[in-house]
Design a protein around this ligand. Sequence first.
Ligand SMILES: *[C@@H]1O[C@H](CO)[C@@H](O)[C@H](O)[C@H]1NC(C)=O
Ligand SMILES: *[C@@H]1O[C@H](CO)[C@@H](O)[C@H](O)[C@H]1NC(C)=O
Ligand SMILES: *[C@@H]1O[C@H](CO)[C@@H](O)[C@H](O)[C@H]1NC(C)=O
Ligand SMILES: *[C@@H]1O[C@H](CO)[C@@H](O)[C@H](O)[C@H]1NC(C)=O
Ligand SMILES: *[C@@H]1O[C@H](CO)[C@@H](O)[C@H](O)[C@H]1NC(C)=O
Length: 243
Amino acid sequence: MLPTTMAKSPFFLLLCLPSMAMAIDYDDNLWPSLPLLRKRASRNVPEQGFYDPRSNGGSMLTVVEGTFPPGQGEPINMIISGNSDEDVLNDREEDGGLRNYWLSLEFAGECLGQHSGSDQGANLGDDNGTKNETAVIRFNYGNPQLGTCQETVDGGNHFRYWVQDGSQANSGAIFMAASYEMPIASQHDIVSNGYNLARDYIVGNITQQTIPSVNLTNSTTYSGTTSFDGYTYQTDVLYVSGF
Ligand SMILES: *[C@@H]1O[C@H](CO)[C@@H](O)[C@H](O)[C@H]1NC(C)=O
Ligand SMILES: *[C@@H]1O[C@H](CO)[C@@H](O)[C@H](O)[C@H]1NC(C)=O
Ligand SMILES: *[C@@H]1O[C@H](CO)[C@@H](O)[C@H](O)[C@H]1NC(C)=O
Ligand SMILES: *[C@@H]1O[C@H](CO)[C@@H](O)[C@H](O)[C@H]1NC(C)=O
Ligand SMILES: *[C@@H]1O[C@H](CO)[C@@H](O)[C@H](O)[C@H]1NC(C)=O
């Protein structure tokens, strides 16, 4: 977080490339890795920064009510490592917490505190079962106060997130399902390739460069530094396949 702390504890973001619909000779999901946080005493974080939900009855797809055909979900395609700086894993805006980190990427809570969009669940294999999303976070078009209102109306980038903190897999990692949606007039459907695009735009915001989505592979890495409200964050990104 603060430059000195940062140097001691880098911050890792894991990104997942779930649906590389391109004709590339791999078909696995790719993941990047994000911020590193100091370990909280009560947490037990594996080296990779999170527990694979699938190893304990969970899934890397969200649970969406009322899909047709039934049983469809959206990909969880980014993970903030449980080995990130403790402050960043703290879900608050104060003291450089998670919400402030997202503000440094121009993402913020929903327009005027109003919740729009359906709730989705996720089973992170942590003994919480399927839990509702913690919140929806939207791109704020550079306006921390009202920008997410523009996102709600015009569409754009947003993500839902869940914390892996159940008793059987308490990593504290933040699991994010990012997608790029159409304007509200089009019922917020997802744009073509909108899961990969959303993920890579966020990495673009972290690194201030355009991410070449078609050329990403397992183990592609990026790093970047972002700031908001007097806090500076170092993010290391790792794309990982197989999830
Ligand atoms: C999840 O949210 C739905 C409403 O969207 C609510 O009906 C349900 O009770 C919530 N589940 C839990 C476990 O809080
Ligand atoms: C998940 O389980 C942990 C540990 O039992 C509990 O503290 C937390 O509130 C649960 N979260 C949800 C969303 O149920
Ligand atoms: C930052 O994010 C926004 C919204 O997703 C996107 O339009 C923009 O292209 C991103 N910046 C970069 C450099 O990728
Ligand atoms: C992807 O890689 C190829 C081969 O190295 C290169 O020619 C192309 O410009 C790259 N595409 C992007 C979008 O960077
Ligand atoms: C991705 O790379 C890691 C090592 O960097 C390796 O352990 C893993 O097996 C690879 N995944 C796939 C699906 O090839």
